[in-house]
Design a protein. Structure first.
Length: 195
């Protein structure tokens, strides 16, 4: 049996509660699913961290200011990302930053978009607007239509289509490669990876 005041009390509690819930949804931009599907994320988190390991040694760690998980597509969409890559000894070798990223939860392949920069601990810097990371092959790949810029000391290489290891030690361009190389003190051009 309900108390006699129950019908009057319910609107007094429900209306402020609904107003609080709606106020909590406003003011922040929620995650939107890529495409026009209107799909809502299954989960949203702040200060997201995801680490890939090989027998306990980190291979890479992704940090994001915020992330949304879409279970049906095995996808995580993250904003303001940083990915630290490590060598076989667990030492950090390079860092990727980008405005946003998309991670396949099953394969751990990633796509980074918006002001993408890779900076190695050895001083090489690479930039583009879009990059993918093939986790199985451990390769950084830029599509053929994306301009990529690589800077090493005073040398600058630009071109389209790109493939490299995360340390940027062994890379290749596919087309329209241009180079501005600093001559060595003996007048010869420094070879790739040389002083």
């Amino acid at each position: 049996m309900r108390p006699s005041g129950y019908p009057q009390l319910l609107p007094r509690i429900a209306v402020p509660l609904i107003a609080l819930l709606l106020a909590g949804c406003g003011g922040q931009r929620g995650f939107e699913s890529p495409g026009d599907s209107g799909e809502l994320p299954d989960q949203e988190v702040r200060d997201f961290v995801l680490t890939e390991t090989d027998q306990g040694t980190p291979v890479w760690t992704l940090y994001a200011r915020e992330a949304a998980t879409y279970q049906a597509r095995n996808t995580v969409i993250a904003r303001a990302i940083r990915v630290d890559f490590y060598d076989e000894d667990g030492e950090r070798t390079s860092e990727l930053t980008a405005s946003e990223g998309e991670i396949n939860q099953r394969t751990r392949d990633m796509t980074a978009r918006g002001n993408v920069v890779i900076q190695t601990t050895e001083g090489t810097r690479m930039s583009s607007e879009v990059l993918t990371f093939d986790n199985r092959r451990q390769l950084i790949i830029a599509p053929d239509d994306q301009l990529v810029r690589v800077e090493r000391e005073a040398d600058v290489l630009t071109g389209y289509g790109f493939q490299s290891d995360p340390e940027l030690r062994h890379f290749e361009f596919k087309s329209q490669v241009r180079a501005r190389l600093r001559p060595k003190s003996d007048g010869l051009l420094a070879p790739e990876g040389g002083p």
